[in-house]
Design a binder for this molecule. Sequence first.
Ligand code: PLP
Length: 483
Amino acid sequence: MPYLESADPRDPRGLRADAPLLDAWLTNTERAEAGQLTPMITPGHKQRRDLTGSVVAGDAPLYGALDTIKHADALRAEGEARAARLWGADWCRFSVAGSTHGNQALALAAGAPGQEVIITRILHRSLLLGLVLAGLRPVWVRPEMDPASGLPTAVATGTVRAALAAHPQACAVFLGDPSYVGTIGDLAGHAAVAHEAGVPLVVDAAWAAHLGFHPDLPPHAIAAGADAMVTSAHKALPAMTQGALVLARTERLDPARLDRAFEATHTTSPAGSIMASIDAARALLARDGKDLCARLLRGVTAAKQRLRQVPGLGVLEGPGVEPTKLVVLLAGTGAHGKDVEADLIAAGMPVEMADRDTVVPIVAIADDEDQIAAFADTFAASVERHRGVPRHPVATAAWTVEPQTVLAPREAFFAANQTVPADAAVGRVSAELVAPYPPGVPVLAPGELITSEALNALREVHADGGRIAYAADPTLATLQVIS
Ligand SMILES: Cc1ncc(COP(=O)(O)O)c(C=O)c1O
């Protein structure tokens, strides 16, 4: 792929001229490596390698390293303003705590304790904890389901319109788009519906930082009319782990409130390396995004073609699916996702999610076509090793949960609770959040009635080797219920 070669191997694409935080990080770490700094500030490793070793290499705080503690905010604001311009937003902040923090910041910015929000029930658990922090009351909307794959598609605009009509006091609409499995909805339609009702549309686009940067990709949420979006720069873009962007338009969301909400749970010592990597990823996307997305589209299209040739194997695709998402459907081969995952791990190709019927590798603009092709070949070979009797896919608990909310999440989170044997918990109200992870969608949330369906579904995930996250007892022998 043609790009301007840079003389500096630490900045091979020469991004620093358009990336102020990256430029500052390069300058600071260069001086540290040259032994020119005796920092009388944090971090406590003081740039030495003889104590905790190279694990701290490249670590430089925003405040005190990228610029002085007194002046680094100007540098930060300059990097964030460039990102706001790229996404067409009025406001942007770089988070070093993932879309998890971004979701919680947007929940804190959207309303006041006790207010209702229209919100997708296949939300990531971070957003549910955002409701706890902000004291918001959920009015759940569910996506449609694709019976062929057992996976969720998108929340219909009519569903949100009806929810807003039934709850005219709701203060915002929160959707996740694309979904964890890459299905996409009519965000422009959702924005119109939300705006007709006079409320902002907030979108968790954790997996979609690349959308809108190639004509064959759907527009990103801000371009589609959303008032705010959060996206993980460490997921779809080549930024460091934890790097995320929160972007907003300020017609329906107050920028000062957004800042307060963002700062409420962000560290006061953000890692300059993470901030600089978000800045670098933004500069890369601005300059080379179209070429990199084109390469990704070619790689994923070829991989889908290859995988479709394997008898019984399917891939999720169609107009309602983000075209660079690779979601492999195993049911028709009889192979179990756990076995295929084990082969992929052994081959050095760990994937993001594998349950019985579905495998989700993360393919991103950093992958070149050969790598994606090698992955598809390894995947196909593994399926042949584990072939079995074809079966119908079964939708997992995360996608099908129909909760009965008894108490608002915040009330339940702080209520007195007790631990009881799981069977005795059926019919009681959950005090805890329990989510198979991935995908991290709560099957039980604080304040929800524990049904035998939910418990059985969680037990099935556990029995199948899935990780049960956030439960006080991840074996599910006991559950915590409201006393
Ligand atoms: C839909 C969704 N939102 C938010 C998050 C949280 O992102 P992060 O890991 O950047 O905190 C995830 C994580 O997987 C996710 O799937």
